[in-house]
Every structure is written in structure tokens, then in C-alpha cells.
Design a protein around this ligand. Sequence first.
Ligand code: SF4
Length: 338
Amino acid sequence: MSRSNLEKINLFKRRFSGETRAYGTYSPSSGRSWQVKSPVTNRVIYGHLMGQEPYGLYPLQKDRTRILAVDFDDDNLDPVNSFLQRSSHYDLPAYVERSKSKGFHVWVFFETPAAAWKVRRIAQEILNDIDRPDTEVFPKQDKILGESPQFGNFINLPLFGKSVRENRCVFLDAHNDYRVIENQWDFLESLQTVDPAHVNELIELNGPEEAPPLPSTSSWGCEVSGLEGLPPCARKMLAEGVTTLQRLACFRLSVQLRRIGLPYDLVVALLIEWREYNRPSGQKRRITAREVRAQVASAYLNDYRSFGCEDESVKPFCVSSCPVYSRTAQSQDIRDAK
Ligand code: SF4
């Protein structure tokens, strides 16, 4: 079926809708990207399709999104296949695009705007299932915060004319050896979208109804408000991150956060953010999100009461003004005297 330019633009807008007050772009020669604070007009989309200026979409509209995009940044198709299988298990039709330089984007399209946190939660579940928990997901935030216009992060959209000519930025047929789909416009027209009610059902079946509110963490500076019931060592570990024994530290923090009454989901969210502040010594890598989940799960299995003062992961953060400290010191004295 042939389409006029205007029909193509309208179809493109229908599939890839989000923030209309600004967009992202990049230089195809240097790869440098930046934000353009101008409305997304038909001319912007036409320029993208013709290969003049790439158009990157900010998918969030407050706390809603019409798309989910998962960015697999290497040319290995195995995780992409695994993702498609798992998303099909959740009855979420997903489509693969070869991205502009390397790797693949996997897209899910929603009929109407869906709650971003729910979409992101499901994507994370799938990525955890396939052992790729650190893969980038768009939208990158659950919602746009603050009064001034903020847009979150943009994702470069498919069908940038210049790349299409090199068989890049195009959708691939996962059922046919990942060959380039011949008519990208027929494909875009006929792809299956997901009803946000289905997303709600998935969340009801698999997780909590509400997004856990994160306590204010002051960018994990020294004051970690909302967590006053924690002993000083735990506050320091949260604020500064750790350099060694990350899994042990994660377990100890989970025990402390559980002790002050935080629910499992919130502790997982907090500690996944905390791991970014770790600076592993030597060549060691950071603890992964999957490992964080495992440590939190094990902390929630039993009613652990110990403050872990003797633990090697906690000792470097001990503060002698801590009320627990004198008790610990006394028991140490008693042990030394024996
Ligand atoms: S005494 Fe124990 S609980 Fe208190 S700061 Fe030291 S290690 Fe933490």
C-alpha cells in the first residue's frame, strides 16, 4: 500500500507519541546528542524520515507512556530472543529494531498511555528473568518530577532516513531470521498494541498495586532523611557506598532497613539505587541488581535481630557515639576478660 508523506507522518506520530514541547537529536557524524527545545512539528518528523535531522522522543507524559523500549547495546541476538519469549509469556507483543550503530531496540506499543512505573516494573521483571537486569529501559523514569519543564531521557526513533538506507533503524522480522521487514509502513500500521488494562492486570497478578514512594535521600548525601531509625553505620554505608564486601554489606543494610519497617519492594528499590554509589576496589565490578534482590530476599527470610557490629562489612563504618557501641564494647571487654 502506498502512502502520502502526510499519511506516513501521521502514522509515525500515532506510534511514537510522547512529549511534544521538546525533542532530542544527535550528530550522525560525531554521535554527540543534545536536546532541542522546540515543538515536535510535522517538519521535525519529515526531517527525520528524510534523513536530515534525527528525532529522539521523550516518551514520558507526566507519569504515562505510549511506548516501552529496551536497549540491547551489543549485536548478540540471544538476549533479544529471550526477551521476546518472556514478553510473549506475558502476552506483550514486542518488536525488534536494529539500532543506528550497534545492537537492537525492542519495542512494545500501548493503545493509550499506560502508567510508566507499571510498564517499567514489568520490563524489569522480564530482564531479571533473562539475566540481563542492567539493560537500559525507556522511559527511564516512573514520572516527571518538579514544576519546571523536565522531560526525562529521550530515545532515538526508528526510520531515520539516512540509516534506513544502510538497513539500520529498521524493524526486523523475528520469525524470519531477523531479516529487514520489507514494508516498514505496513508493519507500523498493522503491529499489535497493548491495552493498558492488560498492564494493570499483570501488575495485580505479579506485584504491588502502588509504586513504592522513595524516601528523600538528598542525593545520598550524608543526611538520609526518612531513615532515622537506622544506626550510624548503616546511614554511612548508604550515604557513602562501600568499596569491598558489597554483598555482605547489602545483606546487612537489608536487615537494618527491614528492622525499621520498610517493605521488601522499597528496600530493593533503595539498594538498587545505592549500588551506584559503590566504588569496588581493584578490578571488581559493582554488585548487580539481581544480586541485590537475592541479598534482600535472604534478609527477609528470617527475623534477623543482630546489628552486625562484628561483621567485617560493617566495622569500617562504626561510630563510637552510637548507643549500641557501649553495649558492644562492654561485651567485647567481657569476652577479652574471659
Ligand atoms: S555500634 Fe554497631 S550499630 Fe552502632 S555504629 Fe557501630 S557497628 Fe553500627
